[in-house]
Design a protein around this ligand. Sequence first.
Ligand code: O2Y
Ligand code: MN
Length: 587
Amino acid sequence: MTNNKTILAWIDEMKALVNPDQVVWIDGSEEQLEELRKEAVESGEMIKLNQEKLPGCYYHRTAPNDVARVEDRTLICSRKEEDAGPTNHWKEPQEAYKMLYDIARGSYKGRTMYVIPYSMGPVGSSLAKIGVELTDSIYVVLNMSIMTRVGQKVMDVLGDSNDWVRGLHCKCDVDPEKRWICQFPEDNTIISVNSAYGGNVLLGKKCFALRIASYQAKNEGWMAEHMLILGVENPKGEVKYVCAAFPSACGKTNLAMMIPPEGYRAKGYKVWTVGDDIAWMRKGPDGRLYAINPENGFFGVAPGTSEKTNPNALAATRKNTIFTNVVLKPDGTVWWEGLDKNPPTDALNWKGEPWDPASGVPGAHPNSRFTSPAVNCPCISSEFENPQGVPISAIIFGGRRAKTAPLVYQSFSWAHGVYVGSAMASETTAAAAGAVGVVRRDPMAMRPFFGYNVGDYFAHWLEMGKKLGDKAPKIFNVNWFRTDDEGHFIWPGFGDNMRVLMWILKRCKGEAEAVETAIGYEPKPEDIDITGLDGVTVDTIKGLLDVDKELWLEDVKGVEELYAQIGDHVPAELHAEAAALRERLSK
Ligand code: O2Y
Ligand code: MN
């Protein structure tokens, strides 16, 4: 498939290490993928679902000890520990290679090495990058073939270049004690051992597109962010694009695929999805910031996805999808908590055991997933394949805050916006183990994904602002999760978030007024459109925009504690932003 000497030499080296029985190159053809699906069904690795109801769909269960990313076993292996920073676990590269090679040695014996050439981003786009993943799992091959662009076309674009990311995945015995997900940013290399699940093994996703790419982006002057990308089309057919970063469990996929309220749809407004998880952004020839989604599919959380919460995501799962760890129904279809109110009888749970819905124990794993091609999504943007990307008007940060953050505000400047992103946080909910309402700082929603020192990452954001100048996107913060005294959400969320997006886009075009507050620019309450919203009045919006200065002073303290942990790498400009905010709040 290639004469690229750097690829052939590395594969020879890895073959000598893991000792496969055979090597199969993934060429990207449907015939080859179909053969692999057959083989996976024969071996029991996957189950073919009801092809009448779910054409092209398959089912897979992981080992019960292997159901999520493992942050404490995810390492950044930079030469200097300081370069990994305090938010990452670190290991010296030579020691890490030795540890990993000792685990990987001979682990493909009796198995096949699959070589997956893949492109993150449209093949040949100047914003895209190439990787090669070696894996001994057909499940990984089939997932990567949905989540990325794979095959010969990728090798053709790469030619003789050495600019590609090496990725070795060894399933081994799925031993949680020997599970490691290691990134070597200085070597463009990823090694993942003893897992066969999601973000740990689909190396293009979190490992490459965020950890390795964030390091590349700093060195090359672009941005790799944990952000959705969506376009809002107005009745004149003009589309404006925004990016948004939220910590997990804040509805990122739902926002990316939102359906506007009836009143907006009747006028001709539409929302288009470019991406639901990751954005790569570069300054374009006209000076604006352009974004691509480096992925080619959605690796979405199944529980909670329904006709009501996200009909577009649900529609995307109806064909050519791999379901992992959901409930398997006797008719060869699938179910999960929150899909509907009809839990199946005689079904098998995510562990393959007979499941009684009345038992009170969930049938699907809470982190069960669907892997669906992006083209399946009814609201996928016509610009999804545009190699130039889409111009970004606004960057939106958000979190889950019961009282502190208002519904929406705009930063005073790019530097202030970087402070706002660095201060991002969510309060824990009853859904997670541990105390409820504890603030977890998650700067730019990147905490598990920085490929280098978080302080240097903040400095890179400030640099990007200088590079973009007055063409930089405007920066906003939203909070859909304010609660009343009984703990009920005040804002309806979901499609009605469109009303907030409308104010944001009007601000970007200079068409909406704002009120200057201590924390930033807020809408005038009457400028948030509440037409057709039951039970929400201008007074409700006033309440949602209220800023409690005591709570905010506490919040600044929390951010300063985070900065103190990060230490000298925090840029002075951010300390100055924190001090200026404190002063405005104290007036
Ligand atoms: O649990 C995993 O392995 C996947 S985590 C994930 C998957 C899709 C999108 N985002 C995430 C995340 O943790 O941010
Ligand atoms: Mn994510």
